[in-house]
Design a protein around this ligand. Structure first.
Ligand code: NAD
Length: 367
């Protein structure tokens, strides 16, 4: 029995619908196990721009820092699409990641046997199933390095280049080591296999990435590890996804590889994520999908990604593994009984339900 303070940021679009679903499931878990989840609902994203003029106020960030954990829906939408980059709703995500020092992004990509027809891959590529944990570095690398524009000088033939834009990939040993350790620790508790993805044949930052990897690997003799260049990793992921266990990689490569891994499992509505920082700092849990303006407010959103994100929160932030397992089993049970939101209703004989009923069907197994 415990009391846990959760900062809930529903955000925009379907974010509000799926976080409501996740909190209902958390309440069912609380009832069963005698825990108390205390929610503080906060504005971030487009709704915060409307209310306060910025996507994330310092007060909201402070509230998040004071919480035990953050549960986020999704931010963004067409209403705010014409704002300049730094003023857009998505700015809230970067500020939350930076402000909470969330350097490790965990994205499981699991192929549920009940949904295997959703995968764009052939059966022969899926024979070993898919159960991959992607660990993406989240606060360094290309997305946080120096960037800008400058006069580009001249081309070899003397013609003017016009302006030149640049972005910088920089990683320190400390930044690499802490994320690689997360990867090895996870692999140790799973199938004991770690794949490190880089571009060490070209990038100096990737060569340092490998050196640090080698060093840390010595502390984990029980974990088999291998390296892939990112282009090869992208190919092998679609050819033999069942051979991967934990993949650890940089911010940009992780952004791309984790979307690829998610895609081959079928539906974006089933993909949760966790972003973790230093011990003692709150983690942030959110579905991988966005605010889906095309289906917002229509009771069509698949709540499973948000519910699974809440399960990750229980496991990683609160150490409640049994409770997390129960939520994951409850999702499987609802799928087993044929319930499907429209995004995963591929077969004729499934039972098509909306966000609210899917949530109820998941909760039925948490008694
Ligand atoms: P999206 O993920 O919102 O939607 C892509 C497609 O997937 C849409 O057809 C949508 O209906 C469907 N979809 C997404 N989640 C679903 C769910 N739970 N159930 C059923 N179907 C689902 O991506 P997008 O359309 O590129 O972006 C929409 C807005 O969301 C944009 O403003 C974008 O910037 C923002 N966004 C936010 C986040 C975030 O908050 N983490 C992530 C991605 C995109």
């Amino acid at each position: 029995m415990g009391v846990y303070n959760i900062a809930v940021i529903p955000g925009d679009g379907i974010g509000t619908e799926v976080t409501e679903a996740a909190c209902k499931v958390l309440d069912a878990v609380a009832g069963k196990f005698g825990h108390q989840f205390v929610y503080k609902t906060l504005l971030a994203g487009g709704c915060a721009i409307d209310a306060h003029g910025v996507a994330l106020t310092p007060e909201t960030l402070n509230e998040c820092k004071k919480s035990d954990s953050v549960l986020l829906g999704a931010v963004g939408g067409p209403k705010w699409d014409n704002l300049p980059g730094a003023e857009r709703p998505e700015r809230a995500l970067l500020d939350l990641r930076g402000g909470l020092e969330l350097f490790a992004n965990l994205r499981p990509a699991i192929l549920y046997p009940q949904l295997s027809s959703a995968s764009p891959l052939k059966d022969e590529n899926l024979k070993n199933g898919i159960d991959i944990m992607i660990v993406r570095e989240l606060t360094g690398g290309l997305y946080f390095g120096d960037r800008g524009r400058r006069p580009g000088g001249v081309m070899p033939d003397g013609s003017p280049k016009g302006m030149e834009a640049f972005d910088t990939e920089a990683y320190s040993e400390a930044e690499i080591e802490r994320i690689v350790r997360v990867g090895f620790e996870l692999a140790k508790a799973r199938k004991k296999k770690l794949t490190s993805v880089d571009k060490a044949n070209i990038l100096e930052s990737s060569r340092l990435w490998r050196e640090v990897n080698e060093r840390v690997a010595k502390e984990y003799p029980e974990v088999e590890y291998e390296y892939y260049y990112v282009d090869n990793a992208a190919m092998q992921l679609v050819r033999r996804p069942g051979d991967f266990d934990v993949i650890v990689t940089t911010n940009m490569f992780g952004d791309i590889i984790s979307d690829e891994a998610g895609m081959i499992t079928g539906s974006i509505g089933m993909l949760p994520s966790a972003s973790l920082g230093k011990p003692g700092m709150p983690g942030m849990y959110e579905p991988v999908h966005g605010s889906a303006p095309d289906i917002a407010g229509q009771d069509k959103a698949n709540p499973c990604a948000a519910i699974l994100s809440a399960a990750m929160m229980l496991r990683w932030s609160f150490g409640l593994g049994e409770e997390a397992d129960l939520i994951e089993q409850a999702i499987c049970a609802a799928l087993d009984r044929g319930y499907r939101t429209p995004d995963i209703a591929y077969t004729q004989n499934c039972i098509r339900v909306g966000t609210k009923e899917m949530t109820t069907r998941v909760m039925e197994s948490i008694v």
